[in-house]
Design a protein around this ligand. Structure first.
Ligand code: SF4
Length: 285
């Protein structure tokens, strides 16, 4: 071994023993784990290391803008009846024949869930007709209008504030079948059913109509005014005076409104030529 070879061998030994890189340009490259070493002569060059492409972060999905909170106007202003009433050209004129027709009616989806059609009841020559919204659960069970808790209150109003018997008046609803879960009837359901009520009123021709609550007042009168503006006003339907007052179900929830209903019923009494306050005792008329 010549001197140069001996020196190189010594240097290599020292590097491996002490772990230091020796600044020797003549030193052959040392193998180092994890580092790319220069390929030996003739060997295929190592492929260039490619950095994994940086995937741009997926943008977080944009949340839809929250719906604007309803304003006091939009929350409280009732919509006017928007669906044109589907008038029926040839409804029977008499209440009995009309009842037979309505008993099998399937003009709107409400027929699907009904137990009974609630046509209406009372004196066919009544001087006053009370109009509500639609049957509830008890009415659907029995086929009679206003027989639940609200109906009992209506009977008290008729007897105690008017001095009339319930049999002396006529009671009906805008819709004859119960909406599911006691929701308000939809505009198309009202449009399908309203001709029946109109025909009932034409057949009875009362002196006064009492609209019980917003749904009845709006659909009978074709208005969207709030009840606060309809109460106390001179209203009419086909030449018949209409008095708008609170629905008895509302009075059960808001008993303080009974005083206003009392005032409304006094107006009804005046229109009928009855005393504002009926004489004490049982209703006999
Ligand atoms: S609610 Fe009126 S229109 Fe609808 S199915 Fe009953 S009776 Fe017919």
């Amino acid at each position: 071994m010549d001197l140069r070879a001996q020196v190189l061998a010594w240097l290599r030994h020292a590097a491996e023993a002490y772990g230091e890189d020796l600044p020797c340009a003549a030193m052959p490259p040392r193998r180092t784990a994890g580092r790319s070493a220069a390929p030996p002569p003739g060997a295929e060059p190592a492929p260039p290391r490619v950095r994994a492409p940086l995937t741009p972060p997926t943008p977080a999905p944009r949340r839809p803008a929250p719906a604007p909170a309803p304003t006091a106007q939009s929350a409280s202003t009732p919509k006017p009846p928007s669906t044109p009433v589907q008038d029926l050209p040839s409804l029977p004129e008499g209440l009995d024949a009309l009842f037979d027709l309505v008993a099998t009616c399937k003009r709107c989806r409400l027929h699907e869930g009904r137990t009974h059609v609630v046509f209406g009841e009372g004196d066919p020559r009544a001087r006053v007709v009370f109009v509500g919204e639609a049957p509830g659960a008890r009415e659907d069970e029995t086929g009679r209008p206003f027989v639940g808790a609200a109906g009992q209150l209506l009977t008290k109003i008729i007897e105690n504030a008017m001095g009339l018997t319930r049999a002396a008046v006529y009671i009906a609803n805008v819709n004859k079948c119960r909406p599911p879960n006691n929701r308000n009837p939809e505009p198309d359901e009202v449009a399908a059913c309203l001709p029946y009520l109109r025909q009932q009123i034409r057949a009875i021709r009362p002196q006064v109509i009492v609209a019980l609550g917003r749904v009845a007042a709006h659909n009978l009168l074709g208005t969207s005014l709030p009840m606060g503006q309809l109460r106390g006003r001179d209203l009419e339907y086909e030449g018949i005076p209409v008095v708008a007052t609170w629905h008895p179900a509302y009075l059960l929830r808001q008993p303080e409104a009974k005083r206003e209903t009392w005032e409304d019923i006094k107006r009804v009494n005046r229109l009928l030529g009855l005393p504002d306050v009926p004489p004490a005792g049982r209703a006999t008329r």
